[in-house]
Ligand binder design. Structure first.
Ligand SMILES: C[S@@+](CC[C@H](N)C(=O)[O-])C[C@H]1O[C@@H](n2cnc3c(N)ncnc32)[C@H](O)[C@@H]1O
Length: 319
Protein backbone atom coordinates (compact mmCIF):
# COMPACT_ATOMS: atom_id res chain seq x y z
CA UNK A 1 0.00 0.00 0.00
CA UNK A 2 2.82 2.37 0.80
CA UNK A 3 5.04 1.98 -2.25
CA UNK A 4 3.44 4.71 -4.40
CA UNK A 5 5.35 8.01 -4.60
CA UNK A 6 3.88 10.66 -6.85
CA UNK A 7 7.32 12.15 -7.61
CA UNK A 8 7.81 9.35 -10.19
CA UNK A 9 4.69 10.47 -12.05
CA UNK A 10 4.53 14.24 -11.53
CA UNK A 11 3.47 16.19 -14.61
CA UNK A 12 2.40 13.13 -16.60
CA UNK A 13 -0.66 13.12 -18.89
CA UNK A 14 -2.93 12.14 -16.00
CA UNK A 15 -1.72 15.09 -13.92
CA UNK A 16 -2.37 17.40 -16.87
CA UNK A 17 -6.02 16.34 -17.13
CA UNK A 18 -6.61 16.25 -13.36
CA UNK A 19 -4.91 19.55 -12.57
CA UNK A 20 -6.33 21.49 -15.54
CA UNK A 21 -9.82 20.56 -14.31
CA UNK A 22 -8.90 21.25 -10.68
CA UNK A 23 -7.65 24.75 -11.56
CA UNK A 24 -10.86 25.44 -13.48
CA UNK A 25 -12.93 24.45 -10.43
CA UNK A 26 -10.83 26.62 -8.09
CA UNK A 27 -11.17 29.62 -10.42
CA UNK A 28 -14.91 29.11 -10.50
CA UNK A 29 -15.14 29.01 -6.71
CA UNK A 30 -13.17 32.24 -6.53
CA UNK A 31 -15.90 34.11 -8.45
CA UNK A 32 -17.94 34.28 -5.26
CA UNK A 33 -16.65 36.08 -2.18
CA UNK A 34 -17.89 33.49 0.32
CA UNK A 35 -14.93 31.50 1.66
CA UNK A 36 -14.61 27.81 0.92
CA UNK A 37 -12.54 24.80 1.85
CA UNK A 38 -10.44 22.58 -0.38
CA UNK A 39 -10.12 19.05 0.95
CA UNK A 40 -7.52 16.85 -0.74
CA UNK A 41 -7.99 13.31 0.57
CA UNK A 42 -4.76 12.04 -1.05
CA UNK A 43 -2.33 14.94 -1.05
CA UNK A 44 1.12 13.60 -1.98
CA UNK A 45 4.21 15.73 -1.38
CA UNK A 46 2.75 19.02 -2.66
CA UNK A 47 5.41 20.06 -5.15
CA UNK A 48 7.90 18.07 -7.24
CA UNK A 49 11.35 18.75 -8.64
CA UNK A 50 11.27 17.54 -12.25
CA UNK A 51 15.07 17.41 -12.36
CA UNK A 52 15.23 14.93 -9.45
CA UNK A 53 16.26 11.29 -9.94
CA UNK A 54 12.75 10.11 -9.15
CA UNK A 55 11.04 12.35 -11.69
CA UNK A 56 13.60 11.67 -14.41
CA UNK A 57 13.70 7.88 -13.83
CA UNK A 58 10.82 7.34 -16.26
CA UNK A 59 10.49 10.97 -17.33
CA UNK A 60 6.71 10.72 -17.38
CA UNK A 61 6.41 14.52 -17.60
CA UNK A 62 7.95 14.37 -21.07
CA UNK A 63 4.73 12.70 -22.27
CA UNK A 64 2.56 15.10 -20.28
CA UNK A 65 3.47 18.65 -19.32
CA UNK A 66 6.37 18.87 -21.79
CA UNK A 67 4.14 18.20 -24.77
CA UNK A 68 1.96 21.19 -23.89
CA UNK A 69 4.95 23.47 -23.65
CA UNK A 70 5.62 23.30 -27.36
CA UNK A 71 2.06 24.04 -28.43
CA UNK A 72 1.43 27.29 -30.23
CA UNK A 73 -2.21 27.92 -29.38
CA UNK A 74 -4.21 26.18 -26.77
CA UNK A 75 -7.68 26.02 -25.24
CA UNK A 76 -8.40 28.40 -22.35
CA UNK A 77 -8.57 25.53 -19.83
CA UNK A 78 -4.99 24.49 -20.64
CA UNK A 79 -3.64 28.00 -20.96
CA UNK A 80 -4.90 28.80 -17.46
CA UNK A 81 -3.41 25.57 -16.06
CA UNK A 82 -0.03 26.41 -17.60
CA UNK A 83 -0.19 29.90 -16.12
CA UNK A 84 -0.48 28.26 -12.70
CA UNK A 85 2.44 25.91 -13.40
CA UNK A 86 4.46 28.89 -14.53
CA UNK A 87 3.84 30.63 -11.20
CA UNK A 88 6.13 28.01 -9.62
CA UNK A 89 8.75 28.46 -12.34
CA UNK A 90 9.29 32.20 -12.51
CA UNK A 91 12.52 31.83 -14.50
CA UNK A 92 10.49 30.32 -17.35
CA UNK A 93 11.96 26.79 -17.13
CA UNK A 94 9.57 24.08 -15.95
CA UNK A 95 11.76 22.59 -13.22
CA UNK A 96 9.04 22.36 -10.59
CA UNK A 97 5.66 20.76 -10.86
CA UNK A 98 2.89 21.85 -8.45
CA UNK A 99 0.70 19.03 -7.17
CA UNK A 100 -2.90 19.61 -6.20
CA UNK A 101 -2.08 21.07 -2.73
CA UNK A 102 0.23 23.68 -4.25
CA UNK A 103 -2.21 24.60 -7.01
CA UNK A 104 -4.81 25.10 -4.28
CA UNK A 105 -2.44 27.20 -2.16
CA UNK A 106 -1.70 29.34 -5.19
CA UNK A 107 -5.37 30.06 -5.87
CA UNK A 108 -7.00 30.14 -2.42
CA UNK A 109 -7.85 33.50 -0.90
CA UNK A 110 -6.83 34.39 2.66
CA UNK A 111 -10.20 33.37 4.10
CA UNK A 112 -10.26 29.96 2.35
CA UNK A 113 -8.92 26.81 4.02
CA UNK A 114 -6.96 23.79 2.80
CA UNK A 115 -7.19 20.34 4.40
CA UNK A 116 -4.66 17.74 3.26
CA UNK A 117 -4.79 14.03 4.05
CA UNK A 118 -1.65 11.99 3.49
CA UNK A 119 -0.98 8.58 5.00
CA UNK A 120 2.44 7.66 3.64
CA UNK A 121 4.84 7.94 6.60
CA UNK A 122 7.63 9.47 4.47
CA UNK A 123 5.46 11.46 2.06
CA UNK A 124 3.73 13.28 4.93
CA UNK A 125 7.15 14.43 6.16
CA UNK A 126 8.09 15.70 2.72
CA UNK A 127 4.73 17.48 2.55
CA UNK A 128 5.26 18.96 6.02
CA UNK A 129 8.77 20.17 5.11
CA UNK A 130 7.55 21.64 1.83
CA UNK A 131 4.73 23.44 3.62
CA UNK A 132 7.11 24.80 6.28
CA UNK A 133 8.97 26.59 3.47
CA UNK A 134 5.84 28.43 2.37
CA UNK A 135 4.80 31.80 3.73
CA UNK A 136 2.96 32.25 7.04
CA UNK A 137 -0.37 32.60 5.30
CA UNK A 138 -0.09 29.21 3.59
CA UNK A 139 0.94 27.54 6.83
CA UNK A 140 -1.94 29.10 8.74
CA UNK A 141 -4.61 28.22 6.24
CA UNK A 142 -3.51 24.60 5.83
CA UNK A 143 -4.24 21.64 8.11
CA UNK A 144 -2.39 18.34 7.61
CA UNK A 145 -4.18 15.13 8.56
CA UNK A 146 -2.00 12.03 8.85
CA UNK A 147 -4.95 9.65 8.65
CA UNK A 148 -6.91 7.77 5.99
CA UNK A 149 -8.45 10.36 3.66
CA UNK A 150 -11.37 8.12 2.66
CA UNK A 151 -12.68 7.83 6.19
CA UNK A 152 -11.24 11.12 7.53
CA UNK A 153 -13.21 13.18 5.03
CA UNK A 154 -16.47 12.83 6.90
CA UNK A 155 -15.01 14.48 10.01
CA UNK A 156 -14.77 17.72 7.97
CA UNK A 157 -18.17 17.72 6.30
CA UNK A 158 -20.31 19.71 6.12
CA UNK A 159 -17.79 22.55 6.09
CA UNK A 160 -18.45 25.97 7.60
CA UNK A 161 -19.30 27.97 5.50
CA UNK A 162 -21.00 25.41 3.33
CA UNK A 163 -18.76 25.60 0.26
CA UNK A 164 -16.14 23.00 -0.47
CA UNK A 165 -14.15 21.32 -3.22
CA UNK A 166 -13.14 17.74 -2.42
CA UNK A 167 -10.42 16.09 -4.51
CA UNK A 168 -10.24 12.30 -4.19
CA UNK A 169 -7.05 11.19 -5.89
CA UNK A 170 -5.89 7.76 -4.71
CA UNK A 171 -3.16 5.82 -6.50
CA UNK A 172 -5.47 2.73 -6.71
CA UNK A 173 -2.47 0.49 -6.09
CA UNK A 174 -4.76 -1.22 -3.67
CA UNK A 175 -7.83 -2.43 -5.58
CA UNK A 176 -9.95 -1.72 -2.48
CA UNK A 177 -9.43 1.98 -3.23
CA UNK A 178 -12.16 1.78 -5.90
CA UNK A 179 -14.76 0.66 -3.39
CA UNK A 180 -13.43 3.00 -0.70
CA UNK A 181 -13.69 5.99 -3.05
CA UNK A 182 -17.25 5.13 -4.01
CA UNK A 183 -18.29 4.54 -0.42
CA UNK A 184 -16.70 7.79 0.69
CA UNK A 185 -18.57 9.70 -2.06
CA UNK A 186 -21.90 8.15 -1.10
CA UNK A 187 -21.42 8.79 2.64
CA UNK A 188 -20.24 12.33 2.16
CA UNK A 189 -22.87 13.32 -0.39
CA UNK A 190 -25.39 12.34 2.29
CA UNK A 191 -23.66 14.70 4.75
CA UNK A 192 -23.00 17.50 2.28
CA UNK A 193 -24.83 17.21 -1.01
CA UNK A 194 -23.86 20.56 -2.55
CA UNK A 195 -20.08 20.19 -2.45
CA UNK A 196 -18.02 19.77 -5.58
CA UNK A 197 -16.37 16.34 -5.54
CA UNK A 198 -13.67 15.51 -8.12
CA UNK A 199 -12.62 11.87 -8.33
CA UNK A 200 -9.61 10.88 -10.39
CA UNK A 201 -9.36 7.35 -11.80
CA UNK A 202 -6.94 5.45 -14.05
CA UNK A 203 -8.07 3.76 -17.28
CA UNK A 204 -7.31 0.13 -16.53
CA UNK A 205 -8.76 -3.25 -17.44
CA UNK A 206 -10.04 -3.94 -13.96
CA UNK A 207 -13.55 -4.86 -13.01
CA UNK A 208 -13.38 -2.74 -9.84
CA UNK A 209 -12.44 0.35 -11.88
CA UNK A 210 -15.32 -0.12 -14.32
CA UNK A 211 -17.75 -0.79 -11.50
CA UNK A 212 -16.72 2.36 -9.69
CA UNK A 213 -17.29 4.55 -12.74
CA UNK A 214 -20.61 2.86 -13.48
CA UNK A 215 -21.78 3.37 -9.90
CA UNK A 216 -20.71 7.00 -9.93
CA UNK A 217 -22.63 7.54 -13.18
CA UNK A 218 -25.71 6.06 -11.55
CA UNK A 219 -25.70 8.54 -8.68
CA UNK A 220 -28.65 10.89 -8.72
CA UNK A 221 -26.52 14.03 -8.84
CA UNK A 222 -25.14 16.37 -11.47
CA UNK A 223 -21.83 15.17 -12.86
CA UNK A 224 -19.37 15.50 -15.71
CA UNK A 225 -16.99 12.70 -16.61
CA UNK A 226 -13.97 13.33 -18.84
CA UNK A 227 -11.53 10.61 -19.78
CA UNK A 228 -8.42 10.71 -21.91
CA UNK A 229 -6.63 7.69 -23.37
CA UNK A 230 -3.24 8.62 -24.79
CA UNK A 231 -2.52 5.22 -26.33
CA UNK A 232 -3.70 1.65 -26.54
CA UNK A 233 -3.23 -0.35 -23.32
CA UNK A 234 0.18 -2.05 -23.06
CA UNK A 235 0.14 -5.78 -23.86
CA UNK A 236 1.47 -6.64 -20.40
CA UNK A 237 -1.18 -4.44 -18.78
CA UNK A 238 1.44 -2.22 -17.12
CA UNK A 239 1.74 1.54 -17.43
CA UNK A 240 -0.96 4.16 -17.47
CA UNK A 241 -2.50 4.60 -20.90
CA UNK A 242 -5.17 7.01 -19.75
CA UNK A 243 -7.18 8.47 -16.91
CA UNK A 244 -10.44 10.18 -16.09
CA UNK A 245 -11.90 12.84 -13.85
CA UNK A 246 -15.42 12.46 -12.52
CA UNK A 247 -16.76 15.75 -11.15
CA UNK A 248 -19.93 15.87 -9.06
CA UNK A 249 -21.71 19.25 -8.86
CA UNK A 250 -19.33 20.68 -11.48
CA UNK A 251 -19.09 24.37 -12.33
CA UNK A 252 -21.55 25.04 -15.15
CA UNK A 253 -18.61 26.40 -17.16
CA UNK A 254 -16.67 23.11 -17.07
CA UNK A 255 -18.44 21.27 -19.87
CA UNK A 256 -17.84 24.00 -22.43
CA UNK A 257 -14.21 24.30 -21.37
CA UNK A 258 -13.68 20.53 -21.68
CA UNK A 259 -15.51 20.35 -24.98
CA UNK A 260 -12.87 22.66 -26.34
CA UNK A 261 -9.91 21.15 -24.48
CA UNK A 262 -10.40 17.38 -24.85
CA UNK A 263 -9.95 17.04 -28.65
CA UNK A 264 -6.90 19.29 -28.37
CA UNK A 265 -5.46 17.14 -25.57
CA UNK A 266 -5.93 14.03 -27.73
CA UNK A 267 -3.98 15.73 -30.51
CA UNK A 268 -1.16 16.94 -28.29
CA UNK A 269 -0.86 14.08 -25.79
CA UNK A 270 -1.94 11.19 -28.03
CA UNK A 271 0.77 8.60 -28.70
CA UNK A 272 -0.94 6.31 -31.20
CA UNK A 273 -4.14 5.83 -33.20
CA UNK A 274 -6.02 4.66 -30.09
CA UNK A 275 -5.70 8.06 -28.41
CA UNK A 276 -9.23 9.28 -27.69
CA UNK A 277 -11.42 11.06 -25.21
CA UNK A 278 -14.87 10.72 -23.75
CA UNK A 279 -16.93 13.53 -22.29
CA UNK A 280 -20.15 12.53 -20.63
CA UNK A 281 -22.75 14.46 -18.65
CA UNK A 282 -25.41 13.33 -16.24
CA UNK A 283 -28.81 14.05 -17.75
CA UNK A 284 -29.43 16.54 -14.92
CA UNK A 285 -26.23 18.49 -15.66
CA UNK A 286 -27.50 19.57 -19.09
CA UNK A 287 -29.70 22.53 -19.76
CA UNK A 288 -33.23 21.00 -19.62
CA UNK A 289 -34.10 21.63 -23.26
CA UNK A 290 -30.98 19.99 -24.67
CA UNK A 291 -30.50 17.01 -22.37
CA UNK A 292 -28.23 14.62 -24.24
CA UNK A 293 -25.04 12.67 -23.88
CA UNK A 294 -21.80 13.65 -25.52
CA UNK A 295 -19.77 10.52 -25.86
CA UNK A 296 -16.77 8.77 -27.32
CA UNK A 297 -15.04 10.78 -29.99
CA UNK A 298 -12.70 7.97 -30.92
CA UNK A 299 -9.74 7.66 -33.25
CA UNK A 300 -8.70 11.25 -33.19
CA UNK A 301 -5.17 11.24 -34.52
CA UNK A 302 -2.37 13.01 -32.78
CA UNK A 303 -0.47 15.85 -34.33
CA UNK A 304 3.29 15.58 -34.69
CA UNK A 305 5.05 15.77 -31.36
CA UNK A 306 5.87 19.39 -30.59
CA UNK A 307 9.49 20.21 -29.88
CA UNK A 308 9.86 19.99 -26.11
CA UNK A 309 12.21 22.93 -26.01
CA UNK A 310 10.11 25.56 -27.71
CA UNK A 311 8.37 28.05 -25.53
CA UNK A 312 4.64 28.31 -24.90
CA UNK A 313 2.23 31.16 -24.98
CA UNK A 314 3.07 31.50 -21.30
CA UNK A 315 6.80 31.45 -22.02
CA UNK A 316 7.44 28.28 -19.98
CA UNK A 317 10.13 25.85 -21.18
CA UNK A 318 11.17 22.34 -20.24
CA UNK A 319 14.16 21.92 -17.91
C1 LIG B 1 -1.81 10.13 -6.61
S1 LIG B 1 -1.02 10.64 -5.16
C2 LIG B 1 -1.71 12.22 -4.83
C3 LIG B 1 -1.34 13.30 -5.80
C4 LIG B 1 -1.92 14.66 -5.47
N1 LIG B 1 -3.35 14.61 -5.19
C5 LIG B 1 -1.70 15.61 -6.62
O1 LIG B 1 -2.57 15.70 -7.51
O2 LIG B 1 -0.66 16.30 -6.62
C6 LIG B 1 -1.82 9.67 -3.92
C7 LIG B 1 -1.27 9.89 -2.51
O3 LIG B 1 -2.20 9.32 -1.58
C8 LIG B 1 -1.46 8.76 -0.48
N2 LIG B 1 -2.38 7.78 0.14
C9 LIG B 1 -2.57 6.47 -0.18
N3 LIG B 1 -3.60 5.96 0.53
C10 LIG B 1 -4.08 6.98 1.30
C11 LIG B 1 -5.17 7.09 2.21
N4 LIG B 1 -5.97 6.04 2.45
N5 LIG B 1 -5.39 8.29 2.80
C12 LIG B 1 -4.59 9.34 2.54
N6 LIG B 1 -3.54 9.30 1.68
C13 LIG B 1 -3.29 8.13 1.07
C14 LIG B 1 -0.24 8.20 -1.13
O4 LIG B 1 0.79 8.07 -0.18
C15 LIG B 1 0.05 9.23 -2.22
O5 LIG B 1 0.96 10.20 -1.73
Amino acid sequence: MFSYRHAFHAGNHADVLKHAIFVHILDYYNHKETPYWVIDTHAGAGIYDLTSDWATQNGEFTEGLDRLLGAESMPALIERYLQCVQHFNPDGVANFYPGSPWLALHLLRETDRLHLFEMHPSEINVLRDNLAQQGRRAIEQTTLHEVDGFTGLKSLLPPQPRRSIVLIDPSYENKNDYRAALLSIKENLARFSTGCYAIWHPLVQRLEAQEMVRSLENLDVKWIHASLAVSKPADDGYGLHGSGMFVINPPWTLHKALNEAMPWLVKILGQDERAAYTLTLSPSAEAPAVAKRVKKNRHIKRAGKPSPKTSTDSGLKTP
